[in-house]
Design a protein around this ligand. Structure first.
Ligand code: URA
Length: 232
């Protein structure tokens, strides 16, 4: 990682970093760096800025099989947040891509701010698949409408979505964007009320079959490599 990127991730502004660099107040293993973009590894080197040691925060990556009834919001902000399902050491790790209170399925968390930003920016078009159950029966023509692009919120055109009809009331829908309540609004625009919604995948991550509802676990090395290769 570059020195400047590392310090930015620790919360220092570009201006502050440049100033400290020019005033020779940054030290890597006791030496002033020659370039602000110099490659460093905080796991192996001691980095000081203005006399303070800057330790790289350990990055956490984990997934939760979210149950119904839990709010995707920070720990303690409202009753019954998803953080109540997590061990205390994970309660300050941000979620990436929220789910509604009554939505179940895959919820990803990381405190790797750079990765979270890329995963959430609209231009990344991260693919998400949902299993959707509706009150009214679905029709084969719904599939075409989703593939053509549904309009929600009166005039917002959604990107084309894959739609696989599983049975009269169930479909698998794959989106490449994440607007607020998007799936529910898309179905309402074809006259169907969503009564159950489950996220099965998020980017390269799949909801593991053996992860029980309400359980969380760290990414496996394989999952971690997939996510790193996908977004970096
Ligand atoms: N779309 C919705 O409407 N709700 C969710 O929780 C996720 C996607």
């Amino acid at each position: 990682m570059q020195l400047e990127t590392f310090l930015r991730h620790q919360g220092y502004s570009k201006k502050q970093i440049r100033q400290s660099f020019l005033q020779e107040k940054i030290f890597i293993d006791g030496r002033t760096p020659r370039r602000i973009g110099q490659t460093i590894d905080p796991g192996y080197q001691k980095i000081f800025l203005e006399g303070e040691q800057i330790k790289g925060e350990r990055h956490h990556y984990f997934i939760l099989h979210k149950p119904q009834g839990y709010v995707t919001s920070s720990w303690g902000s409202v009753p019954q947040t998803v953080y109540e399902l997590l061990p205390p050491a994970w309660r300050n790790v941000p979620y990436v891509g929220r789910l509604d209170k009554n939505t179940t399925g895959l919820l990803f968390f990381t405190n790797n701010g750079q990765l979270a930003k890329v995963m959430q920016q609209p231009s990344s078009h991260v693919v998400k698949t949902y299993r959707v159950t509706t009150l009214e029966p679905l029709a084969a023509t719904d599939s075409q409408k989703f593939q053509d692009g549904i309009i929600i919120d009166a005039n917002t055109l959604c990107r084309p979505a894959d739609f696989i009809l599983c049975d009269d009331h169930t479909a698998l829908v794959t989106l490449t964007e994440g607007k607020f309540h998007q799936v529910k609004k898309m179905f309402l625009s074809v006259g169907k009320k969503v009564i159950a919604l489950e996220r099965l995948s998020f980017g390269p991550l799949q909801l593991p079959k053996d992860l029980g509802v309400g359980q969380a676990r760290s990414l496996t090395l394989g999952e971690f490599n997939q996510i790193r290769d996908f977004f970096q």
